[in-house]
Design a protein around this ligand. Sequence first.
Ligand code: NI
Length: 176
Amino acid sequence: MTAPLTILRYPDPRLHTVAKPVAAVDERLRDLIDRMLATMYEAQGIGLAATQVDVHERLIVIDVSEERNKPLVLINPEITWASPEKRLGEEGCLSVPGIYDGVERSLAVRVRALDRSGQEQTIEAEGLLAVCIQHEMDHLTGKVFVEYLSMFKRGRIKTKMLKLQREDERHAQPVR
Ligand code: NI
């Protein structure tokens, strides 16, 4: 059994850490990948960046398939092309539970990355996958999607998240 990892929640300042490149695709990294995938599936998310589990290396996992059986692993991803055409779409994030809002993203992207065996791969993505890749890659630069929203909206979200956090902490109190 792979134990799920704890997902950092906005406005945790650690979410703003800039990730460093992965130095080696080895057993340690593959173990982290498996744990991140398990964490993403358990949380019913379509993507998770290492930043969100407090590991500051350039690694993301994604699965936008309906059957939840097509995991995509991107190590040291770089966007080599992004379509000039953009679209406003609704996004959410496992680090900002319950919040959905519009973000403008390129319709299509081309991304170069290593896969879990360390092989270089180039992915041409459009639609939901393109949005997800851009969203997760933002995490690696310390950016959470709510930072695209107005200061007013962001303030409200921050207040809501802190309130949720306090409630969770209360529920987590041991019974004496
Ligand atoms: Ni996210």
